[in-house]
Design a protein around this ligand. Structure first.
Ligand SMILES: Nc1ncnc2c1ncn2[C@@H]1O[C@H](COP(=O)(O)OP(=O)(O)OP(=O)(O)O)[C@@H](O)[C@H]1O
Length: 256
């Protein structure tokens, strides 16, 4: 039976090109469901906002999608690969930026990128070329030799992005990529994500409505562990005076 969320869904391109797929993902901690039967697909060419209030289940869903957490029920796929049974193949095509991801504070961006590149079996000239490319893309030139622990939050976030992009993944899953940044840093990270969206499929989590308008052509809204809306930013704004009003409506609706 179709759900309200599915009724709202508008396919933007060929369904065969689904690059990120959540299929009935639930995660239980004892009796508590952090996510319940979460299903959606993000297609090639989409930059999708994963929107919802604090505690809605965004990070949990992202961990389930990337294979970092095992679901209680359901299946996740990245570029068509089942992340439970084919995680290595899926991971080759995936760049995942976790919320407050581990960055080794004593390493420099250069040594960190070398370390992660080698872990992905990129070596020699290819690795040097890829490091140069992501350093330029993420504008890290001025901090490349400084300890990561001494960098500003904005630069640390860009180091995380560089690490995510190093192996040229087709799919990016970014957990709150602009959290904790100042307005200038936010503008720069948004610009970078818009550029990346031209060639990659992106799912980024946020609880900030402006992120949707600034970067995304698709919105998946989650509340209390369930998908409450799935459609375009224009559909999200339909029939309300402001996105704030829609946010309130979507978060209030499931409490009745
Ligand atoms: N390991 C865990 N054990 C128990 N409950 C957990 C665990 N991890 C997450 N939760 C709970 O699951 C719910 C969803 O958490 P999650 O971190 O996915 O939310 P979120 O939407 O990412 O929130 P935020 O925007 O604050 O990061 C929350 O109520 C959280 O407390």
């Amino acid at each position: 039976m179709a759900t309200a969320a599915q009724d709202n869904f508008v396919p933007l391109s060929d369904p065969a090109e689904s690059m990120i797929e959540a299929d009935g993902l639930s995660k239980f901690y004892g009796d508590f469901a952090a996510t319940r039967d979460v299903s959606f697909q993000v297609r090639r060419g989409e930059v999708a906002a994963f929107l919802g209030p604090n505690g809605a289940g965004k990070s949990t869903t992202m961990k389930l999608l990337t294979g970092y957490l095992a679901p209680s029920t359901g299946v996740s796929r990245v570029a068509g690969f089942n992340m439970a049974t084919d995680r290595i193949e899926g991971s080759k095509r995936l760049g995942y930026l976790p919320e407050n991801g581990p960055l080794y504070p004593d390493m420099t961006p250069r040594s960190l990128l070398k370390f992660f590149g080698e872990a992905r079996r990129i070596t020699g000239q290819k690795l040097r070329d890829r490091i140069d490319a992501v350093v330029s893309q993420c504008r890290l030139e001025s901090v490349i030799g400084k300890p990561i622990g001494k960098l500003s939050k904005g630069y640390r976030q860009r180091v995380g992005m560089a690490q995510v992009l190093l192996h040229e993944p087709d799919v990016l899953i970014l957990d709150e990529p602009t959290a904790g940044l100042d307005p200038n840093q936010i503008r720069e990270v948004r610009k970078l994500i818009r550029e990346l969206g031209a060639t990659k499929t992106v799912l980024l989590s946020t609880h900030i409505l402006q992120e949707v308008e600034a970067m995304c052509n698709r919105v998946i809204f989650i509340n209390e562990g369930r998908v409450a809306f799935d459609g375009t930013p224009a559909q999200l704004a339909e029939g309300v005076d402001s996105l704030d009003e829609r946010f309130h409506e979507l978060t209030g609706a499931s409490k009745g």
